[in-house]
Design a protein around this ligand. Structure first.
Ligand code: HEC
Ligand code: HEC
Length: 385
């Protein structure tokens, strides 16, 4: 999809701010944020009912990514930033999309026992408008497109592949050795965060082994805080000048914040993934070892990519389930630097890409084994501007 600008109220900020507002709408009610369902939060939802609001937002990201339409291509563009009621209005394209959701559910029900085998992407392939009908000779005889490493499926352990433990041990060796890695109990990072179509902002990241993490982005309209306390996850952010609500993550989003917390520590690599299978692929002509499995403590499918040569973790891809299909999120790690005093290398450049946004974090400092107040990992308080 083409990412919209902040003025168009699309892209990551819109999604985040929107999720916030949604919870704000329900703030006065007794419903716990975790259970907040789409039909409770929204005004005009008729088919995507019975799912938590964060999963609902993931379906919007899925639809955008599959059809290459922006939020504002299907919805009425809000006149004022922060006027979210515009999204409830009907448009012809929104009506078509709703009909398509029902059609796809029907195809899967009558042909595939309800499994999500056919999705919007099956036909639309990120091309705007009607899907292609006639095979293209240019495509058939032209250069085949480079395979997307995120699409590699490791269905069984490749016979010549190392075991997952060998891959993890090589990674731990590459960052400085498993003993030094295990000696890190906490990390405080500082750096700069660049969100899509947003100005750069200072960022602080606090991590406590084995599974707690809080990232605070100091945006020009207030702090955006993502927290994982080890089992639960939340995001609190400024929704323009409205009182700032909190969203509690569920499903794939919860698996995601937990993964980011565990993977903050190289020693966490063995906890990150269960039922691992090892295969291979390449990223930008670099040979990589792929470890595919299930996010530990969750149900999401994940893939970890290690540089075959250096052994370092290059990429994490996770797939959050929604009722219309899986949405991918990709995290790329680079710029591994020695952390003074720790004898361990950590990635200082982290790019996260998801269906409706992208963020780039360039860290400038990392301090290990400092005391971090336990309150940093509790549910963040709603903030105002
Ligand atoms: C291809 C068209 C399409 C695109 C693109 C799209 N949506 Fe939607 N959106 C829909 C449909 C259809 C519904 C109604 C779903 C239903 O009735 O269950 C909807 C409903 C919504 C609602 C509920 C509004 C209410 O109060 O009823 C929100 C919020 C929303 N979309 C946000 C977004 C955001 C944010 C994006 C961009 C990331 C987006 N949508 C992209 C088609 C689209
Ligand atoms: C089996 C193939 C197929 C699947 C799956 C499918 N579509 Fe479509 N879609 C079509 C066709 C064909 C058209 C063109 C229909 C026409 O021109 O009348 C279309 C048209 C559309 C349009 C209108 C395009 C425009 O520019 O006006 C939207 C929006 C759309 N689909 C959204 C979706 C969404 C969202 C999903 C997933 C829930 C989906 N489609 C799944 C085949 C499919």
């Amino acid at each position: 999809m083409k990412l919209g600008s902040r003025q168009l109220v699309s892209g990551p900020l819109a999604t985040i701010a929107l999720s916030m507002l949604i919870v704000a709408l329900a703030h006065g009610q007794a419903t716990p944020a975790k259970q907040l369902m789409s039909e409770q939060a929204f005004k005009n939802v008729t088919v995507l009912k019975g799912i938590p609001v964060d999963e609902f937002m993931n379906t919007m990201g899925f639809i955008s990514a599959a059809t290459n339409y922006n939020c504002a291509d299907c919805h009425v563009e809000p006149k004022l930033e922060g006027d979210w009621s515009a999204y409830a209005q009907e448009t012809p394209r929104k009506a078509t999309a709703r009909r398509m959701i029902l059609m796809v559910q029907d195809i899967n029900k009558s042909n595939f026992a309800g499994a999500r085998v056919v999705t919007c992407y099956t036909c639309h392939r990120n091309l705007q408008g009607a899907p292609k009908i006639t095979p293209s000779l240019a495509e058939q005889y032209g250069e085949p497109p480079t395979p997307d490493p995120n699409e590699v499926e490791v269905r069984r352990q490749a016979p010549d592949a190392p075991s997952a433990d060998q891959v993890f041990d090589k990674y731990l060796q590459a960052v400085g050795g498993s003993q030094k890695a295990a000696a890190i109990t906490s990390i405080v990072f500082k750096g700069e965060y660049q969100g899509y179509a947003e100005p750069k902002a200072p960022v602080d990241i606090y991590a406590k082994a084995p599974n707690q993490r809080t990232m605070i982005v100091h945006t020009d309209v207030g702090d955006r805080t993502t927290t994982c306390d080890g089992s639960n996850g939340w995001m609190a952010a400024p929704a323009m000048d409205k009182p700032f609500p909190v969203i509690a993550y569920t499903g794939g989003d919860l698996d995601a914040v937990r993964l980011d917390a565990v993977l903050s520590f190289p020693a966490g690599i063995k906890q990150a993934i269960t039922k691992p299978l090892v295969g291979s692929s390449s990223i930008d002509d670099k040979d990589v070892v792929v470890v595919q499995g299930i996010a530990n403590g969750g149900r999401s499918s994940i893939k970890l990519y290690f540089d075959k040569q250096s052994g370092l973790l290059m990429r994490q891809v996770r797939f959050a389930d929604t009722i219309i299909g899986r949405v991918p999120t990709q995290v790329d790690y680079s710029d591994y630097r020695d952390v003074a005093g720790a004898g361990v290398k950590l990635p200082f450049h982290v790019i996260t890409t998801w269906t409706d946004g992208r963020s780039e974090v360039q860290l400038t400092s990392a301090e290990t084994n400092v005391a971090i107040d336990a309150a940093k990992f509790r549910q963040p308080a709603p903030r105002s501007k």
